[in-house]
Design a protein around this ligand. Structure first.
Ligand code: P6P
Length: 280
């Protein structure tokens, strides 16, 4: 597993440079999810693939930017699902973006994930890894990731990250969100899943929601390379992750680009979601 984290670290240093200096324009390609790919999406995906290709324990990779699973080493043990540059369109307005990694064995359902990691490219570049505990690393001036601290969520937080177009929210979802704000929670939402969840993890807790909406009944965020990895991280950080009714890591991804409604947070906030969603 260490060689995979080393490959992610090496890729992060290269992706950081690509973000800072390469062309942020659109390519002519559309990915399987229907997003028009930024040149930066493609560059980041190639960088990560190159670094993973050096690791013999990686059997195959599944990227948000690739249509199909790619075999790397037939005798490898792990499959890695990753989003090379989530929220890449935010680079144009100089907001933080991230790379997300789920490390799986014997399949890519929630029950198959054995580790997860993400990199957040913000004012500083930080790496978070989760296997047994959740650990924060920070890139230093020698381009090495140095351990900063362990991450644990409080039972209850103060931040509320409310995803998706409000016009498409179910009335009971809007009621839930309004009630949370009425308790004094503060809105923290940039439209970048990685920095938005990173903030909740580092500030001790709260709720991130990307619900089912009228225009996206199955949600927007992808199970294999976004939702399962963060669900694993939140559970290891003593929080929880659900789809509104069920534990995210009990879900199955029948297709590699499947999406799901998702709620990540401290235990108190997830209980609120379960109580409200159980009525509908
Ligand atoms: P909305 C970025 O495009 C992304 O995939 C995630 O990073 C983010 O959480 C979500 O979409 C934002 O979507 O509909 O709230 O703008």
């Amino acid at each position: 597993m260490n060689e995979i984290i080393d490959a992610i670290s090496a890729a992060a240093v290269r992706v950081k440079k690509a973000i800072e200096f390469s062309d942020t324009g659109y390519s002519e390609h559309i990915n399987k999810t229907g997003d028009t790919q930024l040149k930066l999406d493609i560059i980041s995906d190639l960088i990560i693939e190159e670094e993973f290709a050096k690791v013999s324990s990686i059997k195959s990779i599944i990227s948000e930017e690739k249509d199909e699973t790619k075999l790397l080493h037939a005798k490898g043990r792990y499959t890695i699902g990753y989003d090379p540059l989530d929220g890449s369109s935010l680079v144009d307005v100089n907001l933080a973006v991230g790379s997300i990694f789920g490390i799986y064995e014997n399949g890519t359902d929630g029950s198959n994930i054995v580790a997860a990691a993400y990199v957040v490219y913000g004012p500083r570049v930080e790496l978070v890894t989760a296997q047994n505990e959740v650990t924060l690393y920070r890139l230093n001036e020698s381009e090495k990731f140095v351990k900063a601290r362990e991450i644990k969520l409080n039972e209850k937080g103060k931040l509320n990250a409310t995803g998706a177009t409000q016009k498409g929210w179910a009335p009971y979802h809007k009621k839930l969100i309004d009630e949370i704000f009425a308790e004094g929670y503060r809105l923290r939402y940039s439209g970048g899943m990685v920095p938005d969840l990173h903030q909740i993890l580092l500030k001790g807790g709260g709720l991130f929601s990307y619900p089912s909406t009228t225009d996206a009944p199955k949600g927007k965020l992808r199970l294999v390379f976004e939702v399962f990895p963060f669900a694993f991280i939140f559970e290891k950080a003593l929080g929880a992750a659900i789809d509104g009714k069920k534990r995210i890591l009990d879900l199955k991804a029948s297709r590699i680009h499947d999406t799901s409604p998702c709620f990540f947070g401290s235990k108190e906030e997830i209980k609120k979601v379960l109580n409200e969603y159980a009525k509908h």
